[in-house]
Ligand binder design. Structure first.
Ligand code: F6R
Length: 246
């Protein structure tokens, strides 16, 4: 795992966009694994700009997203399909039929997860998987647990995740309590993994995933098992690593 400290959120966002753009330049039909939430927003803005300037091309790209709230569909403005349209897909020359997010409207969890895993196998390994990091060490919605979940699964969201994500809803009661999430095996299948970490509230989790034991209690620690992980962190997110002299 390579941990790169940028000067600011803006700088790590631009660096993240450069890394993703370089994938598209060498492989125009790349499979991108994508994340939602605040962390990748700056990167998406930069990618949109470069696409509109004609510097990068999304026409051959396929995307697979990490997760979706159970019960939310494409038209729900707090849902992750909606987020992806707003932040990336509506602004670049991507074929939306080649963009995939778990089906939040499928009430049968087993079916939703099985179908998403089938889709992931059909599409093939992600050339690069973008991740944010939860303050509790989650990646995707793989919450701290006593075991790692391999495949796509239905997750009961941790209280801390519901609280953290309440900022996107009218009130914490409106945050769905369950989500469909790609599993750890699906994430580690990616050829390369890019983790964007910003803010002091992530600093302990970042230390734990980079230097702590590999344990399902800190799901992101599984990234230590992958040999192509790049972490881009701002100074606030690096504070615990720095305080421990790493
Ligand atoms: C989002 C996702 C989550 C977020 C994480 C950090 O698709 O899977 O793991 O990446 O909760 O969220 P932000 O970036 O909003 O702090």
């Amino acid at each position: 795992m390579v941990v790169y400290e940028g000067k600011s959120y803006e700088e790590i966002s631009e660096r993240a966009a450069q890394i993703v753009a370089s994938e598209l330049i060498v492989k125009p039909n790349a499979v991108l694994g994508l994340a939602t939430g605040s962390s990748p927003v700056g990167m998406y803005k930069q990618l949109v700009k470069w696409n509109q300037e004609g510097k990068i091309d999304f026409s051959g790209v396929t995307t697979v997203n990490l997760d979706e709230y159970k019960g939310l569909g494409p038209d729900d403005d707090q849902g992750y399909r909606y987020f992806m349209n707003e932040n990336l897909f509506d602004h670049v020359n991507i074929n939306k039929e080649h963009t995939y997010v778990p089906n939040g409207l499928e009430p049968d969890s087993d079916k939703a997860c099985r179908e998403y895993d089938e889709l992931l196998s059909r599409v093939g390994r992600q050339d690069i998987q973008v991740l944010g990091l939860g303050g509790n060490g989650h990646i995707g919605f793989n919450e701290p647990d006593t075991k790692f979940c391999k495949g796509t699964h239905c997750v009961r969201l941790a209280e801390s995740t519901i609280k953290a994500n309440a900022r996107f809803f009218n009130s914490p009661e409106d945050v769905p309590t369950e989500a469909y999430s790609m599993g750890i095996k699906g994430i580690l299948a990616a050829r390369k993994i890019l983790v964007i970490v910003s803010g002091a509230q992530k600093a302990q989790a970042l230390y734990d995933i980079a230097y702590g034991p590999i344990t399902p209690g800190v799901p992101g620690s599984a990234l230590q098992l992958h040999d192509q992980v790049i972490v881009l962190a701002d100074p606030e997110a690096m504070s615990v690593i720095r305080s421990k002299g790493r």
